[in-house]
Structure formats: C-alpha cells, structure tokens
Write a protein that binds this ligand. Structure first.
Ligand SMILES: Nc1nc2c(c(=O)[nH]1)N[C@H]1C(S)=C(S)[C@@H](COP(=O)(O)OP(=O)(O)OC[C@H]3O[C@@H](n4cnc5c(=O)[nH]c(N)nc54)[C@H](O)[C@@H]3O)O[C@H]1N2
Ligand SMILES: Nc1nc2c(c(=O)[nH]1)N[C@H]1C(S)=C(S)[C@@H](COP(=O)(O)OP(=O)(O)OC[C@H]3O[C@@H](n4cnc5c(=O)[nH]c(N)nc54)[C@H](O)[C@@H]3O)O[C@H]1N2
Ligand code: SF4
Ligand SMILES: [Mo]
Length: 871
C-alpha cells in the first residue's frame, strides 16, 4: 500500500474515527481523539473496500467516453443556457454529507454565489436537518454542545431513537467502557424496537411511534410538579418556559395518563423521570428515530427543553447530543450546503446577505432559500428544473417514494452524476456521468459529531481520470464565470486554497454571537494544512458561560406540536440500518463478510404478527405503501424485539443486490414542516403473504437475465449467491438457462421438496464444482449432508453448501470470523465455554473489530438466565 504511515479518517459514519495506513494495511489510529485506535466492522474492512467492482474511470456521455474538457464545457453551457432562458432557479445541485468540506464549499459557492440560486440541497436533508432546526431554534446556532469525552464523565446516558451499538459502534464501545469504569453510570434507551442497543440498557422504554414528544413533555411536567426545575438557570439563561408550561398544564401530561398513552408502566416512567431529574451529569444522545419524523424538529426540541429546564448543559458530562450520521454531515452544515442556509451558519437575513455577498465579491448572490430535497425533485418532475448535478448520493434509492425520483429524473433535460462507480442506481439515470476520486485517492477535511475537524489524506493514486469533486466543480465554475463575464471565483490550485478561503469566510462571524469561526486558519501554509492535527471548533465547552447565540444571549424553549394519532389498524413500517452495511451498498455490498449478516431483503416482525399473517420465517411477503401505491417483496424473519403490528426493514437494499426491493418504494413523501426531513420511520403499509410456488438458490458465476417475482444477490469469495422466487412453477429448463458457465457435467438430484442441479468440471480424478442450483416449493433450508454425497472434492463443495445452509437457519453474529448464534449456543450449552474470553479463544468471535460484542454478551446472559430458570 504505502511505505510511510499516513493518517486519515474513516469515510463511513459520523464518529469520525482516525485511521492509519502503512505497509501492513489499514488500522485504527491510536492517537486519534475519536477512537484511540478502535475500528468497527466497516472500518476494519476498509482495505477490501478499495477493490471496488465497476469503478468509474472516465467521463461518459450517454455511455460514451468523452474528455473532461468536453464534459466541463457542456455543464457550464447547460447551466448558462438555463439561467439565460429560464432563470437561475431552473438549475439545481443535490449533494451529500459524504463530500469533503472543500468539495462542499466549492459546490455551495458555485450555486449560491455564481449561478445565483439556493437550489443546492443535500442528503443531510434526509439525515440531520431536523436536528439543525432544533439547535437553531433553541440555541440560535447549529451547535452540538457535547464532546465524546463527556461520555466518560456522565452518570446517566439516554439514547433516544438511535441504535448506537450498530450505527456508531466505536462510540457505543466507549459507552460500554465508561459503564465498566463507573458502576453508577446508567443507560436508558428510548426506541420502539428492542434493538441490540436497547438490550444493553438499564431501562428500555419501548414507546409507540413518535411517542417521544409526549414522553419528554411529561418529563418537563414532572420536573415542574416536583419542584425539580432549575429556576435560577432558567431565569438567567433562557426564555419561553412559562408558555411551554402553560401548554403542558393539562392532565394528559400526568404520569397516569401518559402511562396509558405511551403503553409504559407508571413505574417505568417515574424511574426515567427520577433518574433524569436527579442526575446532574446526564447526556441525551439522539439520531434518526428523532430526526426522521413528521415531528423531527419538535422531537429534537423536547429533548433540548428538558436539558434547559434542568440546567443540564454547558458542563462536563451533560447536554443534548445529536450524533451525525455521515462522515462530513457536520462539515456540510458548517459550509452552509443546505438550501435554507446561505453559508457558514448564516441564513438569508439582510446582514448575512451583505456579508456573504461582499466576501464572495458577487452581485449575483442567492437571496432567498432554495428548494429542499423533496421539493427539489418535485420541481424536477414538474419540468421546472433544466439541469441538475447529483454528487456522492444515490437519491433513486435513498429518497422517500424513490420511484417518483426516478420518474422525475427521466424527464429532466440534463442529469449530471458524479460517482465513484458506474454500478450505483443513480448512475443509470445520468446523461453525463463523471468519475469522482474516491476515499484514499482524495484529500480534504471532515468534521465529526463533536465538531472535530480531521483531514482525510490521499494514500493511493487516483484511478483512471477520476477527479476530486471540488476540482470538477471549480473547473465548471471557472468556465461559467467567463460565460457570464465575471472574474473567476474558483482560482483554487489545491484543497489547501479552498480550505483557506472557507476558513477566512467563517471570519464574517467573528464580530457576531455565532461560534463557528475558523478564521485563525485562514492563513495556514500548505505544510500546516498537510500536517493538520484534529481541531475542534466552538471550543471544548460551548455554552459553558450560559451565553447562547441569540441577541439576548438566552436559549429558547420551544412549544412542540402534538402528534396526531397514527392509524392503528395499519401496519407500521420502520426502517433503518444493519450493522454491516453502508447505505445503498455501493461501498460495502461487494465485501463478502459484510454481506453475510443480512443476505437478502428481509422484513422483520414478531412471532405473533407472523402467526396472525400466517407466514413462516423464510416465506415471502409483499408490502404495499399506503400512499405510494408501490409494492415490494421481501423475506419474512422473526424479531421479537418488535411490538404488535410493527415491521422493520433495512434501508440498504439497492441495485442488483436488492433486485427492486428498495424499502423507499413504499415510503411516502411526508416531511417535517420545519426541516423538510422525510418521515422515513413512520410509514403505514399493507402486508400480505406472496403465493410463491418456487424458491431457488443459485451459487455460481453469472445468473440468468430473466427476472423473477423476487430476486437478490450476495457476493461471496469468488462466487455469487442468487436467491429467487416466483409465483409460477419453474420447470427444469431454468437449469439450462443457468448453464451459462460451460459445465462439463451436470447432475440432477431429486430432493424431498424439489430438485438440485450441480455443474462441475473434471480435473484429473477430482470434480471441481462450478455451480449449484437448488429449486424447491418451500423456502430453502438445505441439508448439507444429503447434498455432500455428490462431491468428489468435499471441501470446496461443502463450503458452498455451508453458505446456503447456514444463512437460512442461523444468525451470523461475528462477520469477521463467520461465527453464528448456533455455534456460540453449542459451546455454551456443552459447557465448553462459559464466558466471553473462553468463547473468544475457542471461536475467535469478537476478537477483531468487536462490533459483535454486544450481541455475544447478550447470548451469554441469555444462556445464564436460561440455566437459572431451569434450576
Ligand atoms: N452500519 C451502519 N452504520 C451507519 C450507517 C449505515 O448505513 N450503516 N449510516 C450512518 C448514518 S448516515 C446515519 S444517519 C446513522 C443513523 O443511526 P441511527 O439513527 O442509530 O440508525 P437507524 O437504524 O436509522 O435508526 C435508529 C432507531 O430509531 C428507532 N425509531 C424509529 N421510530 C422511532 C420513534 O418514533 N422514536 C424513537 N425514540 N425511536 C424511533 C428505530 O427503531 C431505530 O432502531 O447511522 C450512521 N451509521
Ligand atoms: N427508508 C429509509 N431511507 C433513508 C434512511 C432511512 O433510515 N430509511 N436514511 C437516510 C439517511 S440518514 C441518509 S444519510 C441517506 C443516505 O443515502 P445516500 O447518500 O443516497 O446513500 P449512499 O449509498 O451513501 O450514496 C453515496 C453515493 O456516492 C458515491 N460516492 C462515494 N464516494 C464518493 C465521492 O467521493 N464522490 C462522489 N461524487 N461520489 C461518491 C457512492 O458510490 C454512492 O453512489 O439515506 C436516507 N434514506
Ligand atoms: S465507528 Fe466504524 S464506521 Fe464509524 S467512523 Fe468509526 S470505524 Fe468508521
Ligand atoms: Mo444519515
């Protein structure tokens, strides 16, 4: 890889772990403040992620290679034509929290400063925009007032609407370590599902969908009734509590009424309320279960309200802690890459417009907010947008009602897509496809959840003609400046030039009450930029002095809306993340051990729901969106952590992996009115069993072109695994269809419930398996011993079969060493192993990245509990 040791940052989640690359590979950076050397399962697989299939190497116009010069001219001309003939607002850009700060800054300047439209929005709209609104409304600025170090200091950690054990694993491990060091530290998890995170909690509150507002309103009311409001803090540093208390004066906020409404016992509620009110060092960590809601902004504010009313903010170990999802979601917010922000934490007020206009030396500045993500694609569908540039995001999968986005893009005269792979779904909608430099090939700054700026560094050569996104935009920007006869606003030779200009721009905040000010870095040398060590803006303790960012320096309470009751008779579909996949799978789907934990599109429900629907594990069901009218098919699986009529599906399934079972096909476009963030977690759907006549499993090199009613793909070492099902009876011709790999021989074997074809070559006396096809009338649970008789070379063959057999009947716990729950249970039951370290030495599970430790610990404690009950 590289001889010297290069320090960079992980490109996945907002924990922002430091990474070191050297001759031995990619490891965690022991000296980075975010992770002290730890990496989760995704971070540990970064080296494998560099072998991306279908890497995009050249600019392509409708599939044909063109030069960068042609592409640049074409884009600049298209923006110019649209501006001249239809106005600046007929153009748009849709970017991503996975861009680096330099990319983001240049894109924002291009749209708002040169094109003259604020129609630049980002996938952070789907992710953090509710938290941004909540911070701005409460503090006067989008500031997260907590640090990771506070976790070690806290005595109560509340995790609300986040599955941290899976989504921010290194941070979760830090919480677990803090609990080991501090036996007083309690953990409360607020999540309608009993997640792996919730299983570790001292108290799990399984509230109904969007029950957070009532829960936290009740907390405030409790504090008030019990005389636990910090009157002095409230009087000196806040405003608006009286109005909020008035709104919460009704009997519906008494514990007895809330207990009914939230389906929690009075004891659970008062325990939570007492712990919160009486623990000085309390952190409330929150993420998408809060943000992705029709009430997302208000949900953020009820959490902040509770912290303000009890003064739990501004000192070590306390505060509301919105954690970011993407590696640079925070950097995008700093730069101002959302359509309703102008730049550097500035909005569209007159003073900001003047300061930004002057800094950018433009008389063409966007002066009103642009279109937010959903509105933007609606404008595309109406034909109001002539040209859109999509960068580092896959909206035809990740947007709600994704089929509408597909329809819209088909109508748009020019769709430009910058991506690293030509395999992504969005690449299929591009007229002009631009190759972006990927992680390891590019460099620049990212900011994590605790406002820490770390540099991503280049350690491999850029492939083909791929180019950093900031450079691609700068070249188009420069060309556009000549077309509109303006001086070039994009004279950046390096990332350092861009960063210096951005840092200088934040200086416009220095005479204001805003905390974002990086202007001390405006003049750093190239060398200083190169050797950048992590820096945190806003100081280590924002709001320590009780001074907030409004003119009166007081924080504000927000009176939230009261959620209307959801339709109780419909099934509730909740969606989110799996431990081992990243978003739409373009960077993790092809890594075998990451693909193994959830090998096909799966919809989870509890045992009683399955019985009610008369569906068995492994059978197919279809989901029909209440609003979108689309339908998807997925495999049913049991998760007793879900409540009645609750369904959960991961958001990842996309492209050839998911065969069309993208969950967003059944997700409506309903958004939070303040933030515009979609309510991904609150969908009503109809669910039905699918009358599948045939289930199939194929292990081979290439699958048939033919489409089945259901189909999925999983990447294994040197082989593909396809699962499929159909409502027709498939005949044996399919085994001919599948015989695209030239087999020397084929054997067909009748099984009890179907049939099996094995294709193999003969090599000397040995048989080498090339493909296996199993077709059955039932969901496939293979019997490896029955099939193994066929093989001349048992090892390779049985490995293939183990893949088939294992995943149907067990849950993969440790993906690094492929250890499943059955193996762990066997060791525990046989008495071979009694604790974690014995399991680790016997099976190696949990000895690499440790992302599965919470699940192994759960299996051990479950086993110990079973023994106790049996006694
Ligand atoms: N493995 C993995 N990790 C990731 C990512 C990934 O793709 N894969 N993506 C990253 C990104 S961009 C993000 S934004 C984060 C997201 O991180 P998280 O927010 O932790 O993850 P999610 O699974 O989206 O949802 C969190 C939980 O919200 C719960 N929830 C649903 N409705 C409600 C409700 O009304 N109230 C409450 N209190 N909870 C509710 C869900 O049951 C779910 O368990 O993860 C980051 N980390
Ligand atoms: N139903 C449901 N939907 C959701 C969510 C949910 O919980 N439920 N969560 C939402 C959230 S929080 C998020 S953050 C979004 C994420 O959704 P997306 O942002 O759409 O997902 P990604 O797969 O990360 O898309 C990133 C794309 O950028 C490409 N890429 C990678 N690196 C680079 C680069 O350096 N430059 C360029 N130009 N391209 C690059 C990748 O190949 C990929 O195509 O999904 C949202 N959608
Ligand atoms: S927790 Fe995992 S995915 Fe997130 S930054 Fe750290 S290593 Fe990367
Ligand atoms: Mo996100």
């Amino acid at each position: 890889m590289t001889r010297e040791c290069i320090k960079t940052a992980c490109p996945y989640c907002g924990v922002g772990c430091g990474v070191e690359v050297n001759a031995t590979g990619i490891q965690g950076d022991k000296h980075h403040p975010a992770n002290s050397g730890a990496l989760c399962v995704k971070g540990s697989a970064l080296a494998q992620s560099l072998d991306m299939p279908s890497r995009l190497l050249y600019p392509k116009l409708n599939g044909r290679e063109i030069t960068w010069q042609q592409a640049t001219d074409m884009i600049a001309n298209a923006y110019h034509d649209a501006i001249v003939h239809h106005g600046a607002d007929s153009t748009a850009m849709y970017v991503s929290g996975q861009l680096l700060t330099e990319d983001y800054y240049v894109a924002n300047k291009f749209m708002k400063g040169v094109v003259g439209s604020a129609n630049i929005d980002t996938n952070s709209r789907l992710c953090m925009s509710s938290a941004v609104v909540a911070h701005n409304r409460a503090f006067g600025e989008d500031v997260v007032p907590v640090n990771y170090d506070d976790i070690d200091d806290a005595d109560l950690i509340i995790i609300c609407g986040a599955n941290t054990a899976w989504t921010h694993p290194v941070l979760f491990r830090r919480i677990q370590q803090a609990r080991e060091c501090n036996p007083e530290l309690r953990m409360v998890v607020i999540d309608p599902r009993e997640t792996v995170t919730a299983q570790q909690a001292d108290l799990h509150l399984a509230i109904p969908d969007d029950g957070d507002i009532a829960l936290f309103n009740g907390l405030l009311r409790y504090c008030q009734d019990q005389g636990l409001v910090d009157q002095e803090y409230v009087a000196q540093h806040t405003s608006g509590l009286a109005a909020l208390c008035e709104a919460l004066a009704g009997s519906e906020y008494k514990v007895s009424a809330l207990s009914n409404h939230l389906k929690l016992s009075q004891e659970q509620l008062t325990t939570f309320y007492r712990w919160f009110a009486n623990t000085r060092k309390t952190i409330t960590l929150f993420c998408q279960g809060v943000n992705q809601s029709q009430y997302g902004a208000d949900k953020g504010n009820v959490i902040i309200n509770a912290h303000l009313a009890t003064g739990k903010i501004g000192y070590g170990g306390a505060g509301p802690f919105s954690i970011t999802g993407q590696p640079n979601a925070m950097g995008g917010r700093e730069v101002g890459g959302l359509a309703n922000q102008l730049a550097v934490h500035r909005g569209f007020d007159q003073e900001s417009i003047e300061l930004v206009g002057e800094f950018w030396q433009t008389d063409n500045l966007a002066t009103t907010p642009g279109l937010k993500a959903v509105e933007m694609f609606e404008a595309v569908e109406r034909g109001d947008i002539q040209v859109i540039w999509i960068m580092a995001t896959n909206p035809v999968v990740s947007m709600p009602d994704n089929n509408f986005v597909k329809r819209a893009l088909k109508k748009c005269p020019l769709v430009i897509v910058s991506d690293v792979t030509s395999d992504s779904d969005i690449a299929q909608y591009a007229d002009l496809l631009l190759p972006a430099a990927g992680w390891g090939e590019k460099q620049g700054m990212v900011t994590n959840s605790e406002r820490m700026l770390t540099r991503q560094r280049q350690f491999i050569e850029t492939k083909g003609q791929a180019k950093s996104d900031w450079r691609a935009v700068s070249e188009v920007g420069a060309k556009l400046c000549t077309l509109i006869e303006k001086p070039n606003a994009f004279e950046f030779a390096t990332e350092a030039d861009v960063f210096r200009e951005y840092a200088a721009m934040t200086g416009i905040n220095s005479s204001s009450d805003l905390l974002l000010d990086l202007s001390t870095f405006a003049d750093i040398t190239d060398e200083e930029y190169l050797n950048w060590q992590p820096v945190q803006w806003g100081g280590t303790r924002p709001f320590a002095n009780g001074q907030f960012c409004f003119p009166d320096r007081k924080a504000r309470f927000v009176v939230p809306a009261i959620p209307t009751a959801h339709n109780q008779s419909a099934w509730w579909l909740n969606s989110g993340r799996q431990r081992d996949q990243w978003h739409t799978m373009t960077r993790t789907g092809y890594i075998p051990h990451l693909a193994a934990t959830e090998p096909e599109p799966t919809v989870y429900m509890n045992q009683r729901s399955a019985a009610y629907l008369d569906v068995n594990e492994g059978q197919l069901v279809s989901l029909q969106g209440e609003v979108t009218e689309h339908c998807i098919v997925a495999k049913a699986a049991i998760d007793n952590g879900l409540g009645a009529r609750q369904l959960f599906m991961s958001m990842h399934w996309a492209g050839e992996y998911g065969g069309g079972s993208e969950v967003n096909a059944v997700v409506s476009r309903e958004v939070d009115p303040h933030s515009g963030q979609p309510a991904f977690k609150s969908q009503r759907v109809a669910i039905q069993t699918v009358d599948a006549k045939t289930y199939g499993l194929y292990l081979g090199e290439k699958f048939v072109e033919r489409r089945f009613a259901y189909q999925s793909f999983q990447s294994e070492e040197n082989i593909g695994v396809w699962r499929f099902a159909d409502t027709d009876n498939l005949d044996r011709d399919i085994s001919e269809d599948l015989g695209q790999t030239p087999h020397k021989r084929k054997v067909v074997l009748e099984l009890a419930s179907g049939w099996l074809t094995v294709g193999y070559d003969e090599v000397g006396q040995e048989r080498v398996t090339r493909s296996i096809l199993i077709v059955s009338g039932q969901p496939i649970v293979t019997d490896a011993s029955q099939l193994a008789i066929l093989v001349g070379k048992p090892l390779s063959f049985s490995t293939l079969l183990a893949i088939a057999a294992q995943q149907e009947s067990s849950e993969l716990i440790c993906s690094c060493f492929r250890v499943n729950d059955k193996q762990i249970a066997r060791e525990l039951e046989s008495g071979n192993c009694n604790n974690l370290s014995q399991l680790q030495s016997k099976l190696k599970c949990g000895t690499n990245c440790g992302s599965c430790l919470p699940q192994i610990e759960r299996l051990i404690s479950h086993h110990q509990h079973t023994i106790l009950v049996a006694k």
